[in-house]
Every structure is written in C-alpha cells, then in structure tokens.
Design a protein. Structure first.
Length: 229
C-alpha cells in the first residue's frame, strides 16, 4: 500500500512539473540569400572552414551554413531582404560581427516585418552588441547582455570568432507571420565598421491548439497512471 501511494505521489509530481514547464519553442534555421562575402578569405578566415563541413549547432542554437559557387557564405556591405514565413516568431538569433570599426559607431541594422504591420529594428553598435570578427586592432568587446561571445572560434588575440545576438521580438509578432528580414550594412566603412551576417535562426511559440493538445495529453497520461495504481 505504501509503495503504491509513493508511486502515485511521484506520478502526480511528475505531471505537475510537466504542466508547469514552458512548452518548448520550435527553432527554424533561415538560409541566407544574397550572400556576397567569403569569410574564409578574411583575417584568420580559415577558422570558419569547419562550419561548412556539417557543424550547425552554435551556442545551443541550430544554424544553416552554405556557400555559393564563389565561396560566399555571409552578407556584408549591402542592403538585402531575406524572405521568411514563420508564424508566432518570438526570438531571433543572429551571428553578426563586423569588419574593422571603433567603439560606439553604427555598423548596420536588422529589421523584422510582420504580416499585420509589426516592425522592429535593431542597430548594431560597435562595443555594445557587435565587435570585430577578428581579435586584433579594432573593437574587441561587447557590453550587451544579448550577446554570447565566441559561439564559434577562439576568443583571444590573433583569432577569428562568431558572436551570437539573442533578439527578443515585440509581443505583436506572436500573433503574426514573420514575413521578411532586412539586413543593412551598406554605406559603412572605416572607422564606422561594417556588420557581417553569417547566420540566422528564428524561434516561434507553438500554436495555441498545439500547446492545448500537449497539456491535454499530459493530463490524460496522469489520469491513466492514477487509475492503474
């Protein structure tokens, strides 16, 4: 009897924990379009080569990597639009660093557009949320809590690296479709720096129906466990 009672309590505790846990968000990797930059040719660029041999998870987030016929794998120095079709987007993960640049200068921007008019822009500012891709004579630090430094590469003098920015979208996007993303580092140059986009992924909250079905399934599992006991 005691053993049965203990099992029942454990089952109830497990169910309560599952119900209290947030429903996981799906992450969609976004393939970059309009790539025009061969990172392999930049300072210590050879450090990026293994990315294109199958390594995709950086900083706990999956990213999509590919090169075109010219070896281009990133976007820099231009304004371009990346079209998406992601419902209920909540968080965007970007791999953005810069070429040269001094502290406080604006190296570019990224803007997100929703199907019902939502719009949100993030500026990439040297020393705040972006720094040089190479640890050398330009800006090598970031202060923003949104940045995870060196999710790829080595974070020390004489080495290249990629940093990840975690961008929280306004709540309005969670009831719309993220239709497009504008990345702009055009008309940038020394000493401002030039933002370089090397990877992009989007996390979305599940549809209400999907979350409801999950909670219902957990509830039924708990009920069946109790009946068996």
């Amino acid at each position: 009897m005691l053993q049965t009672h203990v099992k029942a309590l454990l089952g109830a505790a497990a169910l309560a924990a599952a119900l209290a846990s947030p429903v996981s968000h799906a992450v969609t990797t976004v393939a970059l379009t309009g790539t025009n930059t061969n990172l392999l040719s930049w300072s210590d660029g050879g450090a990026y080569a293994p990315l294109y041999d199958g390594v995709t998870n950086l900083g706990g987030v999956d990213f999509s990597f590919s090169t075109d016929g010219n070896g281009n794998a990133a976007i820099s120095g231009i304004a371009t639009t990346i079209y998406t079709n992601i419902a209920n987007a909540s968080t965007v993960y970007t791999l953005v660093n810069s070429a040269w640049g001094t502290y406080g200068s604006n190296a570019g921007s990224i803007t997100f557009h929703g199907s019902l008019g939502a719009s949100y822009t993030v500026q990439f500012v040297e020393g705040d949320n972006v720094r040089d891709h190479y640890f050398g004579g330009f800006e090598n630090g970031t202060s923003s809590a949104s940045v995870t430094q060196a999710v790829w590469g080595i974070n020390s003098v004489g080495n290249a690296h990629l940093d990840m920015q975690t961008i929280l979208l306004p709540a309005a996007f969670q009831s719309q479709v993220l239709t497009s993303i504008d990345f702009d580092s055009s008309n940038r140059g020394a000493p401002d720096g030039m933002a370089v986009l090397a990877g992009l992924s989007v996390s979305a909250v599940p549809e209400p129906a999907e979350a409801g079905m999950l909670l219902l399934g957990l509830g039924l599992s708990g009920l069946m466990l109790r009946r068996r006991q």
